[in-house]
Design a protein around this ligand. Structure first.
Ligand code: MD3
Ligand code: FE
Length: 201
Protein backbone atom coordinates (compact mmCIF):
# COMPACT_ATOMS: atom_id res chain seq x y z
CA UNK A 1 0.00 0.00 0.00
CA UNK A 2 1.52 3.31 -1.12
CA UNK A 3 -1.03 6.08 -0.84
CA UNK A 4 -1.10 9.53 0.66
CA UNK A 5 -3.85 10.60 2.99
CA UNK A 6 -4.40 14.19 3.99
CA UNK A 7 -6.03 14.95 7.35
CA UNK A 8 -6.14 18.59 8.50
CA UNK A 9 -2.93 19.39 6.62
CA UNK A 10 -1.07 16.31 7.83
CA UNK A 11 0.29 14.31 4.93
CA UNK A 12 0.23 10.63 5.87
CA UNK A 13 2.25 8.37 3.57
CA UNK A 14 0.73 4.96 4.26
CA UNK A 15 3.19 2.08 3.93
CA UNK A 16 5.99 4.40 2.82
CA UNK A 17 8.67 2.02 4.13
CA UNK A 18 8.68 -1.66 3.15
CA UNK A 19 9.46 -4.40 5.69
CA UNK A 20 13.18 -4.50 4.87
CA UNK A 21 13.48 -0.72 5.20
CA UNK A 22 11.60 -0.84 8.52
CA UNK A 23 13.93 -3.58 9.82
CA UNK A 24 16.99 -1.54 8.79
CA UNK A 25 15.61 1.47 10.64
CA UNK A 26 15.00 -0.62 13.78
CA UNK A 27 18.64 -1.83 13.65
CA UNK A 28 19.85 1.76 13.28
CA UNK A 29 17.69 2.84 16.23
CA UNK A 30 19.09 -0.01 18.35
CA UNK A 31 22.51 1.57 17.74
CA UNK A 32 21.21 4.98 18.83
CA UNK A 33 19.73 3.48 22.02
CA UNK A 34 23.03 1.69 22.80
CA UNK A 35 24.88 5.02 22.60
CA UNK A 36 22.17 7.09 24.32
CA UNK A 37 19.87 4.95 26.49
CA UNK A 38 16.11 5.46 26.65
CA UNK A 39 14.96 7.42 29.69
CA UNK A 40 11.57 8.37 31.18
CA UNK A 41 11.41 12.16 31.13
CA UNK A 42 9.77 13.89 34.07
CA UNK A 43 7.07 16.38 33.10
CA UNK A 44 7.43 19.88 34.55
CA UNK A 45 4.50 18.91 36.83
CA UNK A 46 6.53 16.12 38.40
CA UNK A 47 4.85 13.14 36.76
CA UNK A 48 7.06 10.80 34.73
CA UNK A 49 6.05 10.47 31.05
CA UNK A 50 4.70 7.07 29.98
CA UNK A 51 6.74 7.15 26.80
CA UNK A 52 10.48 6.42 27.07
CA UNK A 53 12.72 8.59 24.90
CA UNK A 54 16.13 9.33 23.56
CA UNK A 55 17.43 11.38 20.63
CA UNK A 56 19.95 11.48 17.82
CA UNK A 57 21.42 14.59 16.23
CA UNK A 58 22.96 17.89 17.31
CA UNK A 59 20.14 18.34 19.82
CA UNK A 60 17.96 16.03 21.86
CA UNK A 61 14.60 16.85 23.32
CA UNK A 62 14.39 16.61 27.12
CA UNK A 63 11.86 17.33 29.82
CA UNK A 64 12.32 17.71 33.56
CA UNK A 65 11.15 19.94 36.43
CA UNK A 66 12.71 22.92 34.61
CA UNK A 67 10.53 22.39 31.55
CA UNK A 68 10.66 21.12 27.98
CA UNK A 69 13.68 22.06 25.85
CA UNK A 70 16.44 20.92 23.52
CA UNK A 71 19.83 20.01 24.97
CA UNK A 72 23.17 19.16 23.38
CA UNK A 73 23.64 16.27 25.81
CA UNK A 74 21.74 13.27 27.11
CA UNK A 75 20.73 13.55 30.82
CA UNK A 76 23.58 11.09 31.59
CA UNK A 77 26.08 13.49 30.00
CA UNK A 78 26.99 11.93 26.65
CA UNK A 79 26.58 13.70 23.31
CA UNK A 80 23.66 12.42 21.22
CA UNK A 81 24.69 9.98 18.47
CA UNK A 82 24.36 11.07 14.83
CA UNK A 83 21.00 10.72 13.08
CA UNK A 84 21.14 7.44 11.11
CA UNK A 85 21.52 7.77 7.35
CA UNK A 86 18.34 5.74 6.79
CA UNK A 87 16.34 8.41 8.66
CA UNK A 88 18.02 11.30 6.81
CA UNK A 89 17.17 9.59 3.51
CA UNK A 90 13.44 9.69 4.33
CA UNK A 91 13.73 13.37 5.32
CA UNK A 92 15.62 14.09 2.08
CA UNK A 93 12.94 12.39 -0.01
CA UNK A 94 9.91 14.00 1.65
CA UNK A 95 11.06 17.33 3.16
CA UNK A 96 14.33 18.81 1.89
CA UNK A 97 17.80 18.00 0.64
CA UNK A 98 18.97 21.52 1.50
CA UNK A 99 18.54 21.32 5.25
CA UNK A 100 18.78 18.22 7.42
CA UNK A 101 17.00 17.92 10.79
CA UNK A 102 18.88 18.84 14.00
CA UNK A 103 17.04 16.31 16.11
CA UNK A 104 15.56 12.87 15.67
CA UNK A 105 13.53 12.13 18.78
CA UNK A 106 13.03 8.41 19.44
CA UNK A 107 9.81 7.63 21.34
CA UNK A 108 9.26 4.12 22.64
CA UNK A 109 5.71 3.13 23.64
CA UNK A 110 5.20 -0.06 25.60
CA UNK A 111 1.81 -1.81 25.55
CA UNK A 112 0.09 0.78 27.75
CA UNK A 113 1.98 3.98 27.02
CA UNK A 114 0.20 6.98 25.54
CA UNK A 115 1.02 10.62 24.78
CA UNK A 116 -1.41 13.36 25.72
CA UNK A 117 -2.54 16.09 23.34
CA UNK A 118 0.16 18.75 22.90
CA UNK A 119 1.76 21.12 20.41
CA UNK A 120 5.38 20.88 19.24
CA UNK A 121 6.55 24.40 19.96
CA UNK A 122 10.03 24.16 21.44
CA UNK A 123 11.67 24.89 18.07
CA UNK A 124 12.89 28.31 16.92
CA UNK A 125 11.45 28.15 13.40
CA UNK A 126 8.02 26.67 12.67
CA UNK A 127 8.41 27.10 8.91
CA UNK A 128 10.17 23.73 8.74
CA UNK A 129 7.88 20.69 8.73
CA UNK A 130 8.14 17.90 11.28
CA UNK A 131 8.48 14.36 9.95
CA UNK A 132 7.41 11.26 11.86
CA UNK A 133 8.08 7.57 11.18
CA UNK A 134 6.04 4.81 12.86
CA UNK A 135 7.56 1.37 13.56
CA UNK A 136 6.08 -1.66 15.30
CA UNK A 137 2.61 -1.89 16.79
CA UNK A 138 -0.16 0.39 15.56
CA UNK A 139 -0.81 3.64 17.40
CA UNK A 140 -4.02 5.66 17.46
CA UNK A 141 -3.00 9.16 16.39
CA UNK A 142 -5.38 11.96 17.35
CA UNK A 143 -5.32 15.26 15.46
CA UNK A 144 -6.93 18.35 16.96
CA UNK A 145 -6.77 22.05 16.22
CA UNK A 146 -4.45 25.06 16.51
CA UNK A 147 -5.82 25.69 19.99
CA UNK A 148 -6.60 23.15 22.70
CA UNK A 149 -10.03 21.49 22.52
CA UNK A 150 -12.56 21.27 19.72
CA UNK A 151 -13.35 18.37 17.45
CA UNK A 152 -10.61 15.88 16.71
CA UNK A 153 -9.97 13.22 14.08
CA UNK A 154 -8.17 9.95 14.72
CA UNK A 155 -6.15 7.66 12.51
CA UNK A 156 -4.34 4.38 13.20
CA UNK A 157 -0.66 4.78 12.30
CA UNK A 158 0.91 1.52 11.16
CA UNK A 159 4.49 0.34 10.92
CA UNK A 160 6.12 1.96 7.91
CA UNK A 161 3.79 4.97 7.79
CA UNK A 162 5.44 8.39 7.55
CA UNK A 163 3.69 11.66 8.47
CA UNK A 164 4.76 15.15 7.41
CA UNK A 165 3.34 18.08 9.37
CA UNK A 166 4.02 21.43 7.73
CA UNK A 167 2.38 24.73 6.96
CA UNK A 168 -0.78 25.38 8.94
CA UNK A 169 -0.58 21.88 10.47
CA UNK A 170 2.76 22.57 12.15
CA UNK A 171 1.20 23.89 15.38
CA UNK A 172 -1.80 21.57 15.49
CA UNK A 173 -2.50 19.75 18.75
CA UNK A 174 -1.89 16.01 18.48
CA UNK A 175 -1.31 12.93 20.61
CA UNK A 176 -1.28 9.14 20.74
CA UNK A 177 -4.30 7.71 22.59
CA UNK A 178 -3.12 4.11 22.76
CA UNK A 179 -1.27 1.44 20.93
CA UNK A 180 -2.60 -1.93 19.82
CA UNK A 181 -0.14 -4.59 21.04
CA UNK A 182 0.40 -7.54 18.75
CA UNK A 183 -0.40 -5.76 15.47
CA UNK A 184 3.18 -5.89 14.14
CA UNK A 185 5.91 -8.53 14.02
CA UNK A 186 8.70 -5.98 13.47
CA UNK A 187 9.90 -5.66 17.07
CA UNK A 188 10.58 -8.71 19.23
CA UNK A 189 8.24 -7.51 21.99
CA UNK A 190 4.98 -5.53 22.03
CA UNK A 191 5.58 -1.84 21.53
CA UNK A 192 5.76 1.05 19.13
CA UNK A 193 8.67 3.23 18.10
CA UNK A 194 8.10 6.69 16.68
CA UNK A 195 10.87 8.79 15.19
CA UNK A 196 10.22 12.53 15.00
CA UNK A 197 12.64 14.67 13.00
CA UNK A 198 12.76 18.41 13.54
CA UNK A 199 14.78 21.45 12.59
CA UNK A 200 15.48 23.07 15.98
CA UNK A 201 17.33 26.36 15.39
C1 MD3 B 1 2.00 17.44 14.50
N1 MD3 B 1 4.98 12.05 18.82
O1 MD3 B 1 7.15 13.33 19.82
S1 MD3 B 1 4.25 11.76 15.85
C2 MD3 B 1 6.13 14.00 19.61
O2 MD3 B 1 3.74 9.07 17.65
C3 MD3 B 1 4.91 13.32 19.12
O3 MD3 B 1 5.24 9.52 19.13
C4 MD3 B 1 3.85 11.27 18.47
O4 MD3 B 1 3.92 13.93 19.01
C5 MD3 B 1 4.31 9.85 18.39
O5 MD3 B 1 6.06 15.22 19.79
C6 MD3 B 1 3.18 11.71 17.23
C7 MD3 B 1 3.38 12.83 14.85
C8 MD3 B 1 3.68 14.26 15.06
C9 MD3 B 1 4.90 14.71 15.43
C10 MD3 B 1 5.17 16.07 15.48
C11 MD3 B 1 4.19 16.99 15.15
C12 MD3 B 1 2.70 15.17 14.78
C13 MD3 B 1 2.96 16.53 14.82
C14 MD3 B 1 4.44 18.38 15.12
C15 MD3 B 1 3.46 19.25 14.77
C16 MD3 B 1 2.23 18.79 14.48
FE1 FE C 1 4.31 16.03 19.17
Amino acid sequence: TEETLEIRGFRIFKGYLDTAEQAALVEAIRGVVRAAPLFSPMTPYGKPMRVRMTSAGRYGWVSDRRGYRYEERHPEGMAWPPIPGEVLAVWGDLVSHARMPDCCLVNFYDADARMGMHQDRDEADFSWPVLSVSLGDEGLFRIGNATRGGKTESHWLQSGDVVVMGGDARLTYHGIDRIKPGTSMLLDAPGRINLTCRVVD
